[in-house]
Design a binder for this molecule. Sequence first.
Ligand code: PMP
Length: 438
Amino acid sequence: PADIPDLSNLWMPFTANRQFKEQPRLLAKARGMYYTTVDGKQVLDGTAGLWCVNAGHGRSEIIDAISRQAAELDYAPSFQLGHSDSFRAATAVTRMMPAGMDRIFFTNSGSESVDTALKIALAYHRARGEGQRTRLIGRERGYHGVGFGGISVGGISPNRKAFSGALLPGVDHLPHTHDLSRNAHTRGQPAWGEHLADELERIVALHDASTIAAVIVEPLAGSTGVLVPPKGYLEKLRAITEKHGILLIFDEVITAFGRLGAATASEYFGVTPDLMSLAKGISNASVPAGAVAVKREVHDTILGAAANGIEFFHGYTYSAHPLATAAILATLEIYEREQLFQRARALSAKFEDAAHQLEEARHVIDVRNLGMVAGIELAPRDGAPGARAAEVFRKCFDQGIMLRYTGDILAISPPLIIEESQIEEIFGKIGAVLQATA
Ligand code: PMP
C-alpha cells in the first residue's frame, strides 16, 4: 500500500464526496477500464468516471498531446490572442455535430456550457430586436449543472429552494417524462408519453409566446435517473418551439460523444436543436473542457448585431485553453480512429440484454436503457429512501465495480472500450449484490 494520508486532520473541501468521512475511497491510478485505489484494489469503472471517460482512462495519445502542448504554449490570452488549435478543435467538434451547428464556443465545464447557452439564446433574441424574450423553460428532474442559470432551469427542487431568492426570474418547468407505473422495464424509448411535450403549449399559453427565449432539456435525463424520452417527444418539442420562435437547447453534456451509440443524442433521435451544451466526453475528462455548439444562423445574427453596437460580452479566461484544445483534438481523434461510437452502438444490444436480466432481481422495480447507459430503479427501503442503493453501491465497490446512484436508482454508463465479458461482470455482480441485500 502506498502513502495513505492520515485523513483525520484533513479539512475536506466542499467538493468531497458526502460519504467520504464514512468510508474513504481514494484513487491512486487509472488505466483503461480500471481504477486502482491507494491500497492497491482494482475497480472496474462502470460509470466512465462521471459519464465522461468515454475512451477509457489514461489514454497515452491524450497524455502525450497535453504534455507536448504544455511545453510549447502553456496559455494564450483568450480575449486578445488566439492559437491555431482553438480553430482546429472547433472544426473537429463541428464534424461531430448535426449539419448547420458549426459554430463553437469553448468553456471549461458542463455548468459553464449551460449558462453560456442560455446567455447566447438571450443575446440572439436581443440581436433580433426581441429583447423582451427572456423567459426560459426547463424540465422537472432536469440537471443542468450548478451555475445560477443551470439551477434556475434545472428541475431539482431542493437546489432551487436553497437559492430561491437568487434564481433567474421567469422560469417555468415542463413535467418530467418518467412514469414508473408505465415504464416497467422499458427497452428503448417508451411508446407512451408523447403528449407530455404538449405541456409546452400549455406553458406558452400562460405567457405571451413572444416573451419566451428558450427551452432547455437533456434529451435523455442522465444524472437524475436515466429517464428515456418517450417516442415522438423531442420531435414535438422541436415543432412547438419552432412554431413560436423559441430556441431549443439540448444539454448533451452526458449524451454527446458516443453514450447512445451516436455522436450526439440529436443524431440518435434525429432532432436538431439550436444550441447544444457539451463537456465531459469532449476531452475524455483528461482536462476540464466544455463547449457550446451553435447553429450558424444564431451565431451570425449575434455577430451582425455587434456590428451595429449591440454587443454580447461573454468568455472565460480559459476559453479554448491550449491544454483543453490539445486534449479535445486527441480525444476526438481516438473516437474516430477507434470508431468508438459505432462500437457503442454494436455493444448496446448486449448491454441492453445484460441490464434487463436484472428485471426479476430482488428489489428491482424498473430497468431503463438506451445505447450504453442504463438505470436500475430499486424499491426504496421503508422510511429510508436512497439507503438501499447506497448499500448496493458500497457493496459493489467492495467487489471491484464502480457504479453511480441517485436516490434509489443505480446508473451504469461504462467507457465505450468495455469488453462484453466486462458488461456481464458488472450486471452479474449487481444481481448478486441485490440478492444479498435486505
Ligand atoms: N448538464 C448535464 C446534463 C450534466 O449531466 C452535468 C454534470 N453531470 C452538467 C450539466 C454539469 O457539468 P459540470 O459538472 O461539468 O459543471
